[in-house]
Design a protein around this ligand. Structure first.
Ligand code: ZN
Length: 425
């Protein structure tokens, strides 16, 4: 009898372990952020300042729906493998990029039906992704790096090492110009994690997203092993949401705040695939429609996630126009071979700056006949240009720019540099 009892306990233990593994959390981003704040309290001050800047941007650009610019973010995927199965194919990488380009543009085929009560909140976030075509040295690249490592697994003891060449992983590429994604054998309590943009200041070497190789993309190893339920690439969509400063919709507390107005308040995370309405009239005060479990920033299975809201899209745009502004002028996805040349910057003068919409660009040096200027707004739209400097012309008057912040892209032969200009009244 006693033996049978022990057997039952043992079986229960095995069953429970399997259950816990199946219930691996999607994401460790919030937990890691709290750890980093504890280790470096200045990070909380930076977050507070950035939150004010985000809210100010949203207040000034509250008519997000009126903006038309789409931002394309250059991506580099660092594949870190110990065995061949973890050295995922280029096709698996491309399948993840394809998911991102659907989910962030509301082009996913499982988007809510227009008659769904939450349809009115769904948004095109106007963000696209491309595999980088130029590496940080301006050399051609596939946007994929492959690193064979002796490290068998990455968990809470060593997971940041995947971001370090010296520790068996791969250093990130300039995080102001690229979205770095590492794919490896994550075996901890979650299948992905991301840094938040605030940490670009305190730990730029950690900036980026890490995803388990079984939860990345939609083919090959995707969905195998511990990746069951994560076979549609939505871990990538979720983590990049964090990377663009979104929080979980339950605000990581019971009925917590995610700083977004149009995600229904949620009691906690949701798993598997609830049916609508879920937790109607919940303790946080949702109406009869309940919680927005299908939001990419919840934990439901991939097949159940399908939307960002307008509020989340606005917040991501705010991030791209503030903390991650340098991405707007990253040219890592352009096919030509022009490269950023900081020396050129010192030959170009813009004055006055700030100005009232009228200013002068002057060029020192003797190659001015080859110089072209484009003026971009912060959404990446070309406002003026190309503006050509004639042979031997050293100054150019530019006028009629409305109030705002612009980027001047000044191209000289195979080099370019950028300058920010501010137009006030
Ligand atoms: Zn998350």
């Amino acid at each position: 009898m006693k033996k049978n009892f022990q057997k039952i306990i043992f079986i229960l233990f095995i069953f429970n372990s399997a259950f816990l593994q199946a219930q691996r959390h999607r994401c460790g981003s919030a937990e890691r952020l709290q750890q980093h704040i504890l280790a470096n309290p200045a990070l909380q001050q930076i977050r507070s300042r950035n939150e004010i800047a985000t809210k100010q941007w949203l207040a000034n650009k509250g008519n997000f729906r009126g903006n038309t610019g789409v931002t394309t973010i250059p991506v580099v995927v660092h594949i870190i493998y110990n065995i061949a199965a973890q050295n995922i194919s280029d096709q698996q990488v491309l399948s993840q990029i394809a998911v991102l380009n659907k989910d962030f543009r509301k082009l996913n085929s499982d988007s809510l039906h227009p008659q769904h009560p939450f349809y009115k909140y769904t948004a095109d976030a106007k963000v696209e992704f491309c595999l980088a075509q130029k590496d940080p040295n301006g050399k051609p690249t596939s946007g994929i790096t492959r690193t064979s490592t002796n490290i068998k697994k990455w968990d809470s003891n060593n997971e940041d090492d995947i971001k370090s060449t010296a520790n068996g992983g791969h250093d990130n590429w300039d995080p102001t110009k690229y979205l770095n994604i590492w794919v490896g054998n994550l075996t901890g309590n979650y299948v992905g994690f991301s840094t938040f943009p605030d940490e670009l200041v305190t730990a730029p070497e950690l900036d980026g997203v890490v995803i388990a190789f079984e939860s990345f993309g939609t083919m090959g190893a995707a969905g195998s092993g511990l990746g069951a339920g994560n076979v549609l690439g939505r871990t990538g969509t979720h983590e990049i949401g964090h990377w663009l400063n979104l929080s979980h919709i339950w605000g990581d507390a019971k009925c917590g705040d995610d700083s977004v107005a149009d995600t229904e308040p949620a009691e906690s995370e949701n798993y598997d695939c609830p049916s609508f309405p879920h937790r109607a009239n919940n303790a946080c005060g949702t109406g009869p429609n309940g919680e927005m479990y299908m939001n990419f920033m919840d934990y439901a299975d991939d097949s159940c996630l399908n939307m960002y809201t307008k509020g989340q899209a606005g917040r991501m745009q705010a991030t791209l126009n503030t903390m991650r502004q340098a991405l707007l002028t990253s040219n890592a996805c352009s096919q030509n071979n022009i490269i950023e040349n900081l020396d050129l910057r010192f030959l170009i003068n813009v004055f006055p700056n700030p100005n009232n919409g009228k200013f002068t660009v002057s060029i020192d040096g003797d190659e001015k006949s080859m110089t072209t200027i484009y003026i971009y707004d912060l959404l990446g739209n070309i406002i003026k240009g190309p503006i050509l400097f004639l042979k031997n012309q050293s100054t150019k008057e530019i006028s009629e720019l409305a109030c705002g912040v612009y980027m001047l892209k000044i191209q000289n032969g195979s080099n370019f540099c950028t300058k920010k200009i501010v137009v006030t009244n």
